[in-house]
Design a binder for this molecule. Structure first.
Ligand SMILES: Nc1ncnc2c1ncn2[C@@H]1O[C@H](COP(=O)(O)OP(=O)(O)OP(=O)(O)O)[C@@H](O)[C@H]1O
Ligand SMILES: [Mg+2]
Length: 503
């Protein structure tokens, strides 16, 4: 078998962190190679080195048996390496076609003409069985489709090696299926794929070989046939996985959140959601299931006060909060873990201490008389979050951007839970989090629930939704179509209600 990539003793340190330590990895041509490991294990660092985004301190790289130095993404692309980022880099108000050719210099565009390029792109799409309407605007595409555009874009630039860093974290199950079919087709056409995921079931479904990293080191590369999920988990964390305790529902009768008949329309009169009513009780986790785009996100934004409602009422702790600002709602005891931590939950170039304070400058703990905040309290608070939620970072003055993706997420979840809210709205709380840390967050959510917290949980991970929730409500086409007790529902059943196939 030919080797597409070989790294020899790659090392990279950051202040206080050995992110990659003598990593020697071999990736075969025309294969799907998964890289797994705990949050902060060094996966993204290795990928950024391969894509020329950062320089290793030592070690070297061979691409198709040639020793190379990759000092920029441009060089990586010239060497046939493409990367699809988790945060898509597409321009929303351009068409798919315009996005794909974006970056091609004007001279060649003029020489060859737009139609020639269009034909070339169509050839790429045909070769690799990737389908998309080139004339659509990017804003009209689903998340899965945007990702497909990114893949077509890198293939069009000649990529033979494709790096996908947690591509499935943002996808719903149906989209994951489609992506995997696309990846199989790419592999069969000679493309080499490096795939990072925390979902070991997915890894075992798609990968030919699996490399496990821990604390910056490559532990081993194994063939898929020879390993189980338990084997992988043990290699990743160095011990066996904790098993979740059995569910003990102790929901109380007090209503914490009372959503009454709320309706919302867009400016042009389209229905976003219609006549939605539900309650969340004290000591209850209420799960919301729905395929993206069925109104659940907008309902959450209405509860938080980011979006207005046309009619209906929202009561929290007995008070009508419909006319309160988002800030007032948060200060009155609603905590919010948003789906996009980098956009809505953290300020990336601020340190962790300041990320504890943002939005909370007015609460007693942090407020002071001199228009300055009580930083000491915030330092203490961030230290507490770091220790309780096992956030891997040198200290509290580390910038948010220097944390690995999963550790950013753990910090946000910790901050919101430690705020002692009455209601927690948690949107994809364990996205991008490794299985060990996921179990930790599940435990914390259950603990808080048992102590009285009301939780509204939105998750695309159906196992998580069923496992954590006491009840589940299903959204379909802007309506609440079903309410279920989660004791006796399977992911397949739930998927059926979510897609309207089951009533
Ligand atoms: N720009 C940076 N500055 C300082 N430290 C960094 C920087 N980028 C990464 N690190 C550190 O390097 C280590 C490895 O991070 P990396 O992002 O490679 O982890 P990962 O395996 O991708 O984790 P995750 O699963 O959470 O995405 C972490 O401890 C992280 O805090
Ligand atoms: Mg990462």
């Amino acid at each position: 078998m030919n080797e597409a990539i070989k790294t020899n003793n790659i090392s990279k340190t950051y202040p206080g962190v050995l992110a990659n330590s003598n990593v020697s990895i071999t990736i075969n041509e025309s294969s799907i190679h998964a890289v797994v490991g705990e949050n902060g294990a060094g996966k993204s660092t290795l990928m950024k080195i391969l894509y020329g985004m950062i320089k290793p301190d030592s070690g070297n790289i061979e691409i198709f048996d040639n020793s190379v130095s990759i000092s920029s993404p441009k060089e990586a692309i010239n060497l046939g390496i493409g990367m699809v980022h988790q945060h898509f880099m597409l321009a929303k108000n351009l068409t798919v076609l315009e996005n794909i050719i974006l970056g091609i210099d004007r001279a060649s565009l003029k020489n060859l003409g737009l139609n020639k390029y269009k034909k070339q792109i169509q050839d790429v799409m045909k070769t690799y069985s990737l389908d998309i309407d080139l004339n659509m605007f990017v804003d009209e595409l689903s998340v899965g489709e945007k990702q497909r555009v990114e893949i077509i874009k890198v293939l069009f630039r000649g990529a033979k090696i494709l790096i996908l860093d947690e591509p499935t974290a943002v996808l719903v199950p149906q989209e994951v299926k489609e992506l995997f079919k696309n990846l199989e087709d790419l592999k069969n056409n000679g493309v080499t794929i490096i795939f990072i995921s925390h979902k070991l079931d997915e890894v075992l479904e798609i990968a030919d070989e699996i490399s496990v990293m821990r604390s910056g080191k490559l532990i081993d590369t194994v063939t898929n046939k020879n390993v189980s999920k338990t084997d992988l988990a043990e290699m990743m964390i160095g011990k066996s996985l904790p098993t979740p305790p059995p569910r003990t529902t102790k929901t109380k009768q007090n209503i914490v959140l009372d959503v009454k008949d709320i309706t919302s329309k867009t400016i042009d009169g389209r229905e976003v959601f219609n006549n939605i009513s539900f309650n969340v009780f004290e000591s209850e986790i209420l799960g919301i299931a729905g395929v993206e785009g069925n109104g659940q996100k907008e309902v959450v934004e209405a509860i938080i006060g980011i979006d207005d409602i046309e009619s209906g009422e929202i009561h929290f702790g007995g008070n009508n909060i419909k006319n309160q600002s988002t800030r007032e709602r948060l200060e009155s005891g609603i905590s919010f873990i948003p789906e996009d931590r980098q956009l809505q939950a953290m300020i990336m170039d601020m340190n962790l201490t300041n990320n504890v304070i943002i939005g909370r400058q007015n609460i007693e703990k942090y407020k002071s008389n001199f228009a300055t905040v009580k930083t000491k309290n915030a330092v203490k608070e961030s230290e507490k979050i770091i220790s309780l939620f096992d956030v891997k970072t040198p200290n509290t003055s580390t910038l948010a951007t220097a944390l690995s993706g999963g550790n950013q997420q753990k910090f946000v979840v910790g901050r919101e839970l430690e705020d002692d809210p009455g209601l927690l709205i948690a949107s994809q709380p364990t996205r991008g989090i490794d299985i060990g840390a996921q179990a930790l967050i599940w435990d914390k959510l259950r603990e808080s629930r048992d102590e009285g917290l009301a939780v509204l949980l939105i998750s695309a991970d159906l196992e998580e939704l069923i496992g954590l929730s006491d009840r589940i409500i299903v959204f379909y086409q802007g309506k609440l179509v079903k309410e279920l007790k989660s004791d006796n529902v399977s992911p397949e059943d739930l998927g059926g209600y979510m897609t309207g196939l089951k009533k």
